[in-house]
Write a protein that binds this ligand. Sequence first.
Ligand SMILES: [Zn+2]
Length: 206
Amino acid sequence: MDFSSKLLENAVNEVSQLPGIGKRTALRLVLHLLRQPKEQTQYLTRALDHLVNDIKLCKSCHNISDVELCDICSSHKRDESIVCVVEDVRDVMAIENTAQFQGLYHVLGGKISPMEGIGPSHLKIESLLEKVKSGVVKELVFALSSTMEGDTTNFYIYKQIKDYDIRISAIARGISVGDELEYADEVTLGRSIVNRIPFENSLRQS
Ligand SMILES: [Zn+2]
């Protein structure tokens, strides 16, 4: 692609780094940004600037948050004895939308994936084990997507905690194998949380 401007080329190159965005789409987006009022584009750059500089991870559940302890963890209405284990913020949002879960979350920040070089130490597993060992948690609910990586991660955590006096369950799958949680409809996902099953049973099914 031959650019008439170095500034334009730089902007297109940066935008095309985003997942699923090729050079052509990047050019279309950048031209769109140039055409709209300058203030509008500045709102975007300011929002991104605040995002990268001010965002925090909740010190307890590791969900993306604006404050040290997120709204869910600091709420007195939530049941701290039940912790739902998820991959990232999208899963928390999906489950919160169902309004069927009153416990807390633990955001792992990914799944174990030897193919991508992601091992247990790359994830927030240690702090989850600490929570279990503290005795506050009475039930752990696995809600990772039912992919090979999700299953591997569940099983890894299960092995570490199975000897503790704790109920271990998995969300019931009305969701077909490989579906990500965020794509499941609210009713199905809500039902699968309410009708969660002992984790050992989910092992036998697969
Ligand atoms: Zn939190």
